[in-house]
Design a protein around this ligand. Structure first.
Ligand code: GLC
Length: 451
């Protein structure tokens, strides 16, 4: 056969998907990689915002901070927080059914009201509310019994604390921490006592800090704090909201469009438009939309931390349960394409989300729509072993078009998925390859020779 020059040029543009992209020293550290493994494979976590704000359905802490609700009125919600129908076992069962591998619960939000019976001050549901008990411990126990990883959200900010420098966004500050370092230190000691209580009682797998933006790393003594937390539990994972001392990134609400810079990341977002329960907020996302966003995170190598907001009585709104149940249905059918994956291939190759199996020898294609005609994949080197529909016994048919024997530019792979093999939400195709999935990343070439 004829050829060769164009083929050689094309070869230079081939990209094997088994090669890692230049990670930083920290990302290369084997101990760090081992520590992050469960997190990297978890893909879905359930975030729970539960607190006195659920009583009137106002925004968690921000409603008084921003001046929408007077502080006293906000705090008075505690008198009507009952937890009367609270069933932590049912919460944990629902999390298991959703397919999530971890949960993060607000042990204390910026309003300073603790869900556990803290000894550090009197601001807890146990002391302030008719619930009159520690509501965190039974949830932690239920989570532990089911083998779900435990994350504790802890707000570094405590706008209720007399030694925290501010309370209102537009009001005068209580004091200036540079002028009263001793008072600020008193506040840091208070946070420390609480973090010690939580550590000792629950030994969380993950700390989810929030509110670091109000002070610098130096003021929070972020290095010392994270060193202490890691000394208490060397395998603990810490989110990024601790002024640069965390393990992973936490984009919020906005779904990343390009792959985040951090090797490990998690999108936290709301199931409607609120973190906590709000009676008027019925802008729930559909199960299919949440699934699509989950798959989007997976395709960019991240996790989705999906938030739910239980009512003050502990019941979880039906619409939220429905979303979690549907996540569970879809995930259990497509497990291999969820947990055993890493980020997919560049978007130009196929009009769909993608991920790679951990061994790089399977390419998953997620179709959040009903294809019209065949699904086309371009630039995929033909070392195809098999193509199947995940969770279905019905085989798709496939064919390669436009492949010239004398060039390395791959042909167009056309996959036809029988209607009966489509999933009701997102269909997943698995392209198994002999060796790593390899891509042609060039701009094509002129055909200088023909048969
Ligand atoms: C924000 C808010 C907070 C919410 C959190 C969850 O930073 O301060 O209300 O709990 O994000 O990601």
């Amino acid at each position: 056969m004829k050829r060769l020059i164009p083929g050689l040029a094309a070869l230079a543009l081939l990209l094997s998907c088994s090669g890692a992209t230049s990670p930083s020293a920290q990302n290369e550290n084997p101990a760090q990689i081992a520590k992050m493994e469960w997190f990297a494979q978890a893909k879905l976590g359930i975030f729970i915002h539960w607190g006195i704000y659920a009583v009137d359905g106002v925004s968690e802490s921000w409603s008084f901070h921003n001046g929408y609700v007077p502080y006293e009125k906000y705090m008075a919600q505690a008198e009507r927080f009952t937890a009367s129908g609270y069933n932590p076992q049912a919460w944990a069962d629902l999390i298991v059914r959703s397919g999530a591998k971890y949960t993060v619960i607000t042990s204390k939000h910026h309003d300073g009201v603790a869900l556990w019976d803290t000894k550090a001050d009197d601001k807890s549901l146990a002391k302030m509310s008719p619930a009159a008990r520690d509501v965190l411990t039974p949830f932690v126990n239920a989570v532990r019994e089911r083998g779900i990883k435990l994350g504790l959200y802890y707000s570094l900010i405590d706008w209720s604390h007399p030694d925290y420098p501010n309370i209102y966004r537009n009001g005068p500050p209580r004091y200036d921490i540079t002028e009263e370092p001793g008072r600020w230190q008193k506040f840091l000691d208070f946070n420390d006592i609480q973090l010690q209580e939580l550590s000792q009682a629950y030994s969380p797998d993950l700390w989810w800090f929030d509110g670091d933006w109000e002070q610098s790393a130096e003021s929070w003594k972020a290095k010392e704090l994270t060193d202490r937390l890691r000394a208490w539990n060397p395998s603990v994972i810490i989110n990024s909201r601790i002024q640069g001392y965390g393990d992973y990134g936490t984009p919020e609400i906005g779904v990343p469009v390009t792959k985040p810079r951090e090797r490990w990341w998690e999108l936290c977002y709301t199931i409607n438009d609120s973190w906590g329960f709000q009676h008027k907020d019925v802008n729930f996302k559909s199960p299919q939309m949440v699934l699509r966003n989950l798959v989007d995170c997976i395709s960019n190598g991240g996790n989705l931390l999906l938030d739910i907001g239980p009512r003050e009585d502990g019941s979880i709104p039906e619409e939220e349960v429905r979303v979690l149940e549907e996540l569970g249905r879809w995930i259990s059918k497509h497990q291999e394409a969820v947990y055993e994956t890493k980020a997919g291939i560049p978007g130009e190759h196929v009009a769909a989300y993608t991920s790679l199996g951990l061994g790089s020898d399977v390419l998953y294609i997620y179709l959040p729509y009903k294809p019209i005609g065949a699904v086309e994949v371009k630039g995929l080197v033909d070392n195809i072993k098999n193509i199947r529909v995940v969770g279905s016994d019905i085989a798709p048919s496939w064919k390669i078009y436009n492949k010239l024997s004398w060039t390395d530019v791959p042909g167009l792979l056309e996959i036809t998925v029988p209607e009966e093999a489509l999933d009701s939400a997102i269909t997943v195709l698995a392209i198994e390859t002999n060796g790593p999935v390899t891509l042609y990343r060039g701009a094509g070439q002129v055909v200088t020779m023909n048969d």
